[in-house]
Design a protein around this ligand. Structure first.
Ligand SMILES: Nc1ncnc2c1ncn2[C@@H]1O[C@H](COP(=O)(O)OP(=O)(O)OP(=O)(O)O)[C@@H](O)[C@H]1O
Ligand SMILES: Nc1nc(=O)c2ncn([C@H]3C[C@H](O)[C@@H](CO)O3)c2[nH]1
Length: 214
C-alpha cells in the first residue's frame, strides 16, 4: 500500500495534482470536501464566529477520508491532516478562537492522531508540497472563482493569504512524518501545459522510485 498526501496553500493546485497523480499511477484519489461544506462560506463571512466550528468540521471529514483511504490499496489525498493544526494555530493567533476552544481542538486533534498511530499505516509514504508565491496563489483563487475566497469581495483576505504563506514555510521545514518533496507551483503550470505536467509527474515518480515504492 502506498499513501501519498498533498500539501500547500489555498489554490496551490493540490486537488488538480491529486487527480493527475491518481491518473498516472492508477491510484485512488481522495478529496477534501469543499463545495458541500456548509461552514466554509459562513467562516469567510464571520471568521471570529465560525473558526472553531469550521476546524471541527474539517477535522471530522479529514479523519473520515483517512480511514477510507487506508482501507483502499494505493491512494492519494489532496490535503494532509498535519495542515489542520497550521490553519487552526494561525486563526487562533489572529484571535479567532478563545482559550477553551484552543484546548478542546488540540485535545481532539491529539486524540485523533493517537487513533491514526494505531492504524496499519501510521504515516503517509510521501508528502508532496506545492510551493506558490502570493501572486500565483491569488491568480489560481481568482481562476477557480469561489466567491467567498476573492480579495475583491473581502480585502482583509490579502493579509490572511500572506499570513498563511508565512505559516507554511516553517511548517514544511519542520514536517517530519514522512519523506517529502517540493513542487515549484510558480514555475510549472501542470494544469494547462502538457510539458510541465510531465516534468512534475516525472519528479514525483523519480522520488517514489528512489524510495523503492514503485
Ligand atoms: N500549476 C497550475 N497551473 C495552472 N493552473 C493551476 C495550477 N494548479 C492549479 N491551477 C488552477 O488553480 C485553481 C485552484 O486549483 P486547485 O483547486 O487544484 O487548488 P487546491 O490547492 O486544491 O485549492 P484548495 O486549497 O482551495 O482546495 C483551479 O482553477 C486550477 O485549475
Ligand atoms: N480555516 C480553515 N481551516 C482549515 O483547516 C482548512 N482547510 C481548508 N480550509 C479552507 C481553505 C480554502 O478556502 C478551502 C479549501 O481548501 O477550505 C481551511 N480553512
Amino acid at each position: 500500500m502506498t499513501v501519498l498526501v498533498l500539501s500547500g496553500a489555498i489554490g496551490a493546485g493540490k486537488s488538480s495534482l491529486t487527480g493527475l497523480i491518481a491518473k498516472r499511477l492508477g491510484t485512488e484519489a481522495f478529496y477534501e470536501s469543499v463545495d458541500d461544506n456548509p461552514v466554509l462560506p459562513l467562516f469567510y463571512e464571520d471568521p471570529n464566529k465560525y473558526a472553531f466550528l469550521l476546524q471541527i468540521y474539517f477535522l471530522n471529514t479529514r479523519f473520515h477520508s483517512i480511514k477510507r483511504a487506508l482501507a483502499a490499496d494505493n491512494n492519494v489525498l489532496d490535503r494532509s491532516i498535519y495542515e489542520d493544526a497550521l490553519f487552526f494555530q494561525m486563526n487562533a493567533d489572529m484571535g479567532r478562537a478563545n482559550q477553551t476552544e484552543v484546548k478542546i481542538y488540540k485535545d481532539l486533534l491529539a486524540n485523533m492522531m493517537e487513533e491514526i498511530k494505531g492504524m496499519p499505516k501510521k504515516n503517509p509514504d510521501l508528502l508532496i508540497h506545492i510551493d506558490v508565491s502570493y501572486e500565483t496563489m491569488l491568480k489560481r483563487i481568482t481562476k477557480r472563482g469561489r466567491s467567498y475566497e476573492q480579495v475583491t469581495t473581502d480585502p482583509s483576505l490579502v493579509k490572511y493569504y500572506h499570513t498563511l504563506l508565512d505559516y507554511y514555510e516553517p511548517w514544511y521545514e519542520n514536517y517530519n512524518y514522512s519523506p517529502k518533496i517540493r513542487i515549484d507551483g510558480d514555475k510549472y503550470d501542470f494544469v494547462e501545459n502538457e510539458q510541465d505536467r510531465v516534468i512534475v509527474l516525472d519528479q514525483i515518480e523519480a522520488k517514489l522510485r528512489e524510495m523503492g515504492k514503485i
